[in-house]
Design a protein around this ligand. Structure first.
Ligand SMILES: Cc1cc2nc3c(=O)[nH]c(=O)nc-3n(C[C@H](O)[C@H](O)[C@H](O)COP(=O)(O)OP(=O)(O)OC[C@H]3O[C@@H](n4cnc5c(N)ncnc54)[C@H](O)[C@@H]3O)c2cc1C
Length: 375
């Protein structure tokens, strides 16, 4: 396994619990890249995803409770899953109409969601600003503490005796014209019959990959910050124009996130922080008195058509699990099962849209984001 983000650790865990002999190698700190930087929202519906991708995201959300519980039992760390809904708020009539329409469409499909008028919204979240008109509550969704999930996966992998080589430097694939041979890094050559590239935003730049098996992954920068909030200031994840807010059990309120085409730059900028704070303060004016506890930035692994690359490539034994863009935390459990199945030679026709052997069309999804999604 190349890469010990949530995707690589999740696949390694799933393969190990099925009895496979797995080794994970990471250039840097396991669980320390996008998987650490993310907000942990589990939002297949609020993210306005469609088609087979929404179905895959919903499948992953359904796996989450058992996944988190199993990791807690196996390694002793609780990733703090909360399925108490995501509240998307509206400030103008156009947004009210859009949210009402979405709630009706979700409810017609049996997905737990309802529209709340202004009074009902403020009863749920009294700190919201007074100019709010209403909100959509998608009760099927929630969030997980992704930093804890990374630690939970490491502990569960350790309990299954999966070696995780941390700070190993960049490794490269070794393959001949037809199949994979192993990986080579600063510590030497590791032979392998199967190699999974789970290198996140770096997956497209992995050295040694034959041209026929490369995937066009690009980094999409996201800046975030955390405020220190009083107890019960915000109860659940809020999605407002220009920013989302995610409360953590430890008293931090996460505010995210910018969407930027900035290469591999992970600096926190004045413009980024100002954009997030302007949007957050509009939604919750009382935030103005809270202390800024932390700022950070990470790199989402983006793909040209907005879909991940999942499965075997044209090079036999070489698999890719990357390009999860804004939904890699949500997609960790379903990706783990999908790639473990693929390594075992099982085919899942419902995942054909994500084949690494497809030729993705179109501009990168970040360029197509509407105003609502530029958070
Ligand atoms: C600001 C922000 C907010 C987000 N919010 C959410 C959210 O709310 N919900 C959600 O579902 N998703 C969210 N995401 C997206 C999610 O974080 C990512 O899709 C997911 O973490 C990707 O996981 P990964 O394991 O593929 O990549 P990463 O976590 O980036 O891990 C890749 C690993 O590969 C290693 N690596 C790279 N190259 C090599 C090499 N050559 N050799 C060895 N190791 C290598 C790296 O060191 C790294 O540890 C967010 C992302 C960001 C940045």
């Amino acid at each position: 396994m190349i890469g010990a983000g949530l995707i690589g650790l999740g696949i390694a865990y799933e393969l190990a619990r099925r009895g496979a002999d797995v080794r994970v190698i990471d250039a840097r700190e396991p669980g320390g890249a996008a998987s650490w930087a993310g907000a942990g929202m589990l939002a297949p519906y609020t993210e306005s995803i469609a088609g087979p991708y929404e179905a895959f995201c919903a499948r992953s959300l359904a796996l989450y409770p058992a996944f988190v519980e199993e990791l807690r039992e196996r390694g002793g760390i609780d990733a703090r899953l909360r399925l108490d809904g995501i509240l998307e708020v509206a400030y103008d009539r156009g947004e009210v109409a859009r949210l009402r329409g979405r709630v009706e469409a979700l409810a017609a499909r049996g997905i737990a969601a309802r529209y709340l008028d202004r009074e009902a919204t403020l009863r749920l979240e009294p700190a919201l600003g007074g100019d709010i008109l209403g909100a959509a509550l998608c009760e099927a969704e929630g969030c997980v503490d992704n930093r804890r999930l990374g630690r939970a996966l490491r502990a569960a992998c350790a309990a299954l005796d999966v070696p995780i080589d941390a700070h190993a430097g960049d490794v490269a694939l070794e393959a001949d014209a037809r199949r994979v041979l192993g990986v080579r890094g600063p510590a030497g050559f590791v032979p392998a019959t199967h190699v999974v590239n789970a290198a996140g935003a770096w997956a497209g730049a992995l050295a040694g990959v034959p041209a026929s098996s490369r995937v066009p992954i690009v980094p999409v920068k996201g800046q975030m910050l955390a405020l220190a909030m009083p107890r019960a200031f915000v109860h659940r994840t809020l999605w407002a124009p220009g920013a989302y807010l995610v409360p953590r059990d430890d008293g931090r309120l996460l505010v995210g996130a910018t969407v930027e085409d900035a290469g591999f730059d992970v600096r926190v900028t004045a413009r980024g922080v100002r954009a997030l704070l302007d949007a957050a303060l509009r939604a919750l004016p009382a935030l103005g008195d809270l202390a800024v506890a932390e700022t950070w930035a990470g790199l989402r692994p983006g793909s040209p058509d907005g879909l991940p690359f999942l499965g075997e490539t044209a090079t036999s034994g070489y698999f890719v699990a990357a390009g999860h863009y804004r939904n890699g935390i949500l997609l960790t459990p379903a990706t783990a099962v999908a790639i473990a199945d693929a390594v075992e030679g099982k085919r899942d026709a419902s995942l054909a849209a994500f084949s690494p052997q497809r030729v993705p069309a179109g501009e990168h999804a970040a360029h197509d984001l509407g105003a609502k999604e530029a958070v």
